[in-house]
Write a protein that binds this ligand. Structure first.
Ligand code: HEM
Ligand SMILES: N[C@@H](CC(=O)c1ccccc1NC=O)C(=O)O
Length: 268
């Protein structure tokens, strides 16, 4: 806790002693490169925390019909995603021989258990209640994921806003069970076709559509860089999280958050 009698300093404000004491390599003898691995993950989790904060903010803005503020927050999310994507180049300096010196100490832990990454996917609409089961013994992780599961996604909020503005978003879509994954719906392609056919008449929602496509594009770039980093460090080994590894990660590249925003391109 901050001591009110002590003058505030840089270190105390940022809790630097806690932050810089939180890197604890497990390998013995300690592998030089484990620190890189830990910091890469910790910085990713910090950026994910900010992305979640901005995405939930943008959901609230859309629910209040404040499209301008939502767009501002989404612009920040895109910059955060750029950091996450660029950061892969640091980890790409980890050679397979270096990684093998500490991989065995990681046990069954895996990025698959990153609940903040999963919450981002949920907020974008890729809901999967089964993912909560991974966190049976972590109440805080479960609470965060449950909240993200139960609130309407960014896409839900955008579609509801379109409905309020008179776009023909079907009622069963606007009032769907938000705990389920979004399912591609041809009726939404028609809604977007009207917008993309006359951008000047629908400028702010048109801009929002393109912003969502940018965010999906960035998430896919992150997934692709992850896959390529995995291939160069562990090849085609199975993952510590129990999946097939690279082939599993290649398959998740097929997961689209906003399928109708891609389908509309074929329809124009
Ligand atoms: C040498 C580095 C890395 C390797 C070899 C690696 C390997 C893997 C593998 C094999 C999986 C599939 C699950 C499993 O069976 O374990 C996975 C999933 C995952 N990893 Fe990594 N990873 C690396 C770095 C990272 C980093 C830096 C992050 C950043 C947070 C990350 C986040 C994730 C996430 C979020 C998943 C789940 C993906 C999904 O379910 O779509 N990984 N990783
Ligand atoms: N799944 C990785 C291990 C791994 O990358 C990892 C282990 C612990 C914490 C984060 C990790 N990063 C991403 O999956 C592997 O199979 O080598």
């Amino acid at each position: 806790m901050a001591d009110p009698t002590e003058p505030l300093t840089y270190g105390r404000y940022l809790h630097l002693d806690e932050l810089l004491a939180a890197q604890a390599p497990l390998s013995r003898p300690e592998a030089h490169d484990e620190l890189l691995f830990i910091i890469q993950h910790q910085t990713s989790e910090l950026w994910l925390k900010l992305a979640l904060h901005e995405l939930t903010g943008a959901c609230d803005d859309l629910a209040r019909d404040d499209l301008a503020l939502a767009l501002k927050r989404l612009a920040r999310v895109k910059h955060v995603q750029k950091q996450l994507i660029e950061q892969w180049s640091v980890l790409a300096t980890l050679t397979p021989s270096e990684y093998q010196r500490f991989r065995g100490f990681l046990g069954t832990s895996s990025g698959f258990q990153s609940y903040q990454y999963r919450a981002v996917e949920f907020l974008l609409g890729a809901k999967d209640p089964a993912m909560l089961e991974l966190h049976a013994d972590d109440a805080a992780a479960r609470a965060l994921l449950t909240a993200a599961l139960e609130r309407p996604s960014l896409y839900d909020e955008f579609l509801r806003l379109l409905a309020r503005r008179g776009h023909p978003v079907p009622d069963d879509v606007a009032h769907r069970d938000v705990r389920a994954a979004h399912r591609e719906d041809p009726r939404l392609v028609e809604v977007f076709r009207t917008i993309y056919d006359a951008p000047e008449r629908h400028w702010d929602v048109y801009e929002t559509c393109e912003e969502l496509v940018d965010i999906e594009d960035n998430l896919q770039l992150w997934r692709f860089r992850h896959l390529k980093t995995v291939e160069r460090t562990i090849g085609f080994r199975t993952g510590t999280g129990g999946t097939t590894g690279a082939s599993f990660l290649r398959r998740v590249l097929d997961l689209s958050f906003f399928p109708e925003l891609y389908a509309v391109r074929t329809a124009l």
